[in-house]
Write a protein of this length. Structure first.
Length: 108
């Protein structure tokens, strides 16, 4: 890696940190085998905290190009957070409850 590539990599890393460090946090509850919202609009760098208010586990995931993730299984009272670092439409589902679906629209 030459000096230019190193500086570019460091700049991109710092930019990614700054975007995630200063984004807003949105909270989406999971209750009654449903998300508290069906559609959410967020800005680039915002995070969504998924809070499990059901008496059983959920496993929230997305295979979308804009943000692919799998939060794994987590139980009642627990939460997991996702930072949205790329604009686009993110389709989110629960692997345990296939009828649980929502959309997150990420804009610049």
């Amino acid at each position: 890696m030459n000096l230019f590539q190193f500086r570019s990599a460091v700049t991109l890393a710092l930019l990614a940190f700054a975007v995630s460090a200063f984004g807003a946090e949105h909270v989406v509850a999971q209750k009654g085998k449903a998300f508290s919202v069906k559609k959410l609009s967020v800005k680039l760098g915002d995070s969504v905290k998924f809070v499990n208010e059901d008496p059983f586990s959920h496993n929230i995931f997305s295979l979308s190009d804009a943000k692919s993730f799998d939060l794994g299984s987590y139980g009642v009272g627990l939460s997991k957070t996702v930072v949205f670092d790329k604009p686009g439409t993110v389709e989110i589902e629960c692997a345990v409850h296939p009828d649980m679906k929502m959309i997150v629209e990420v804009s610049k």
